[in-house]
Design a protein around this ligand. Structure first.
Ligand code: ATR
Length: 276
């Protein structure tokens, strides 16, 4: 039996085992996706186990997405630009690192919204999720403004990514949102504000939202965040983070197996778990 893992600490809350195991079962694939709770400091020992014959690869989550890069044989260009790996593929004893948060997250957005070319995109947050999304959004010719509570962190992100992107990239503090939101076409929240259990919080004051926006919240728990509910009430288009979670997983699955996964089933499994 083949094996995949999710490596992180803590990982017990992860949706990935249910999502991938349902996909393996539906396709009659003799494989199992397992939790690997690995504490910081124990990563090297675990990574070596991924070179076993039966291992297809792994997903990597907090706190190892950056640290893991030092232990792999090859890092793909996107993951290198972002500075984080969330997917490892094992091929003949060698380990390859990718970032499917980036590609999966933006594929989910463009599938529903359409092309971002020439659009004004405002991204809230400057952490790991923002790095992945900002990099991928900025690969087309558009205007991207990254706003973060800590302006310093937004500046670092933009300085790091600017040389590798096509978009016009700007940064600022969250307090600058009122000055940019009227001209924004697509607003993306990558902060953790509004995540369970703080479900009544939103990173955007309700009064700033307008019907000309498309709002994408990468938070997936709850599926409909306060931000998305407020945006819908204003007539804005919306997209929840569930699709990003599913699409990053689906892309990893394709790389591990070479087979097209049952994406709708994976989404249904996640939504059921989240009580949506
Ligand atoms: P992730 O990898 O999920 O992006 P992270 O690197 O911890 O997680 O980043 C969390 C993001 O949410 C950051 O942009 C953080 O802002 P700071 O860089 O200023 O800390 C943002 N964030 C978290 N709590 C917040 C809050 N209460 N208000 C505004 N932004 C918040």
């Amino acid at each position: 039996m083949k094996r995949c893992y999710i490596v992180g600490y803590p990982v017990e809350h992860s949706m990935s085992p249910a999502m991938h195991n349902a996909a393996f079962k539906a396709l009659g694939f003799d494989a199992e996706y397992k939790l690997a709770p690995v504490k910081p400091g124990q990563l090297v020992t675990f990574i070596d186990k991924l070179r076993d014959n039966e291992v297809l690869g792994a997903n990597v989550t907090i706190p190892h997405k950056v640290e893991v890069m030092r232990h792999l044989d090859h890092i793909d260009e996107t993951a290198r630009a972002i500075g984080a790996v969330n997917t490892i593929v094992h091929r003949d004893g060698r380990l390859y690192g990718y970032n499917t948060d980036s590609t999966g997250g933006v594929e989910a957005l463009t599938e529903k919204y359409g092309s971002l070319k020439d659009r004004n995109v405002t991204i809230l947050g400057a952490g790991g999720a923002s790095r992945a999304i900002t990099y991928q959004v900025s690969r087309v010719d558009c205007k991207v403004t990254v706003l973060n509570r800590s302006v310093e962190r937004a500046r670092n992100l933009v300085d790091d990514l600017r040389p590798q992107t096509l978009a016009e990239l700007r940064y600022g503090g969250l307090t600058q949102l009122p000055g940019v939101i009227d001209d924004t076409d697509v607003l993306i929240n990558t902060t953790s504000v509004g995540m369970s259990p703080n479900v009544s919080n939103s990173p955007v004051p309700e009064g700033l939202l307008h019907g000309g926006l498309f709002v994408y919240d990468v938070v997936y728990n709850p599926v409909k965040t306060r931000l998305l509910r407020d945006a819908e009430a204003k007539g804005a288009g919306t997209l929840s983070g569930v699709k990003m979670l599913v699409y990053q997983g689906a892309e990893a699955f394709r790389m591990w197996t070479g087979v097209e996964p049952p994406v709708e089933l994976m989404q249904r499994v996640v939504e059921e778990r989240l009580g949506a």
